[in-house]
Write a new protein. Structure first.
Length: 511
């Protein structure tokens, strides 16, 4: 009979979608409490949300995800074996195992082109009695783009300056370093398709328009020297045109001073032990040079406990800071970095990181990155117009209006599809309509071509900030909901919290 047929289909549907398991878990959870709650619906909503996430992100086994993420293109030659350097021939990438183990060749080529634009043209120089070698590496979480992370949020670069020469001449070296930084920023500022938005000197951000005034150069030279002497960061922020949008590029300048007698080795940047395990270089000799300078010419395997111990402590500090500011997406990236430093490429937390970065929270983080880029570029354009005039093309490269139009159009469409997707159970048509109405006020279309254009105005920045504020609670809630299903990552974060509390209780209290 038709009725029995419908019931059979419904039962099979419930089994296939695990609807029966969800209700079983719901009633077990409901009846496990000593008293029934006044309303069962919060527990039911939680069970429904977890089942939705499992259906969307747990369709593949942990083993399959790990085997798919770990690259099988890594090679090692004789010299690489001596210094524990691996490489991927197809994209000229050299580094230690943890930096290359999950690289996507096609995605890295895109990143590599962007890095090449910002790398210093001068790689070997002499200045008096000093020999200077400049090497640029792709670093941070950037190598995760492609396999682990579907979105390119930031391109992180580290430009290392190795200065060899007489000892006890720190002042001269620091002066050269400051000159190099300002000259490099000025050179990059004049190139097409990239926009230098500022130089970060310690905690101070120098706006790009400041460089138009040549009379302030001495002031910034002294500031860079002072910051480097105190081993604080000196970095540059810029936006590079990558395909249809501008992507944030952060390049940190790292100065190494090597005495000729090999008795003096000084660094003038913040200690970051994890960078050794994240850097990717374009040539093997660059990777070898950094390995020798960091660990010494007689160093052994960098994955020995004596080397990884301070690195893991540093990562635990970063995890603790992520928990303090409730940034689960960054915490999961650090969890993956921790796992790679331990060379556990089949650990169960790796699929959990992949699921987090491919979840609704990861999509909203990507929207936040695009929105932040548009806000900063609008402010960049407004400041440039105020300083050098709207019709001046000398001194500062201006934003490409076509790219900005593509960014706002893609942002609006992605926001629409994300909020109305099945995964966004917190998004409603009403919220989407409200945000879409806001975005209509910040864009216009060309009368003839109907191509989108981004309005350059301070009010547009406020509107984009308002949209960000509306999306942030959804992003944080989505990340927390997925985190509740990731048992291995929960255990790692809980152990970090316990260790942090233990260190604080062991710390002596002086009276």
């Amino acid at each position: 009979p038709a009725r029995i047929g419908r019931e059979s289909v419904l039962i099979q549907y419930s089994v296939d979608t695990r609807l029966d398991c969800m209700f079983h878990a719901f009633f077990v959870d409901l009846l496990s409490d000593p008293h029934l709650p006044p309303s069962p619906f919060p527990k039911l909503a939680n069970c429904l949300t977890q089942s939705l996430l499992k259906m969307q992100l747990w369709y593949e086994s942990n083993r399959n995800i790990c085997s798919r993420l770990v690259s099988n293109s890594i090679r090692q030659d004789m010299k690489g074996q001596e210094f524990f350097i691996y490489h991927i021939p197809e994209c000229s990438a050299f580094g230690h195992y943890s930096s290359l183990s999950m690289i996507d060749k096609r995605s890295y080529r895109l990143v590599g082109k962007c890095a090449l634009v910002f790398a210093s043209v001068k790689t070997v120089m002499t200045r008096g009695n000093f020999k200077i070698t400049v090497d640029t590496a792709v670093s941070g979480f950037t190598p995760l783009y492609g396999r682990v992370s579907p979105y390119l949020l930031t391109v992180e670069l580290k430009e290392h300056l190795y200065v060899e020469g007489p000892e006890s001449q720190e002042d001269e070296i620091l002066m050269y370093f400051a000159d190099f930084v300002l000259d490099d920023v000025m050179d990059l500022q004049m190139k097409k398709h990239q926009l230098v938005t500022g130089l970060l000197v310690g905690g101070m951000k120098v706006d790009v328009t400041e460089f138009v005034d040549a009379g302030k150069r001495e002031y910034y030279l002294d500031a860079i020297i002072d910051v480097a002497r105190r081993q604080q960061p000196v970095s540059m922020e810029a936006y590079c045109a990558v395909e249809w949008r501008y992507v944030l590029v952060v390049k940190q300048y790292c100065l190494h001073y090597l005495g000729k007698s090999n008795t003096q080795y000084t660094t003038y940047f913040p200690d970051n032990p994890v960078a050794l395990y994240q850097n990717i270089w374009t040539l093997q000799e660059k990777a070898v040079r950094h390995f020798v300078c960091t660990l010494g010419s007689d160093a052994n395997d960098p994955y020995m406990a004596v080397y990884t111990s301070p690195t893991l402590q540093y990562i635990d500090q970063q995890l603790s800071q992520c928990l303090d500011r409730m940034d689960l997406l960054s915490a999961y990236r650090w969890i993956l970095t921790r796992t790679l430093v331990l060379k556990n490429t089949d650990a169960d937390e790796i699929p959990e990181v992949w699921r987090m970065l491919h979840s609704l929270a990861g999509q909203l983080e990507y929207l936040h990155a695009v929105s932040t880029a548009m806000q900063e570029l609008i402010q960049y354009e407004l400041k440039c117009s105020a300083v050098i005039g709207p019709d001046t093309e000398v001194g500062v490269v201006r934003c490409d209006g076509v790219i900005l139009g593509k960014m706002i159009d893609a942002y609006r469409q992605k926001l629409h599809s994300t909020l109305l997707s099945v995964s966004c159970h917190m998004g409603t048509e009403t919220l989407n309509d409200q945000l879409q109405d806001k975005l209509k006020a910040v864009m216009k279309r060309h009368a003839r071509t109907r191509v989108a254009e981004l309005v350059i105005s301070p009010k547009v920045v406020s509107v984009l900030e308002d949209v960000d504020v509306a999306l942030r609670p959804i992003m944080n809630t989505a990340a927390a909901e997925l985190h509740s299903l990731c048992g291995n990552s929960q255990w790692i974060l809980q152990s970090v919290q316990r260790e942090t509390v233990s260190r604080m209780t062991r710390r002596p209290h002086w009276t």
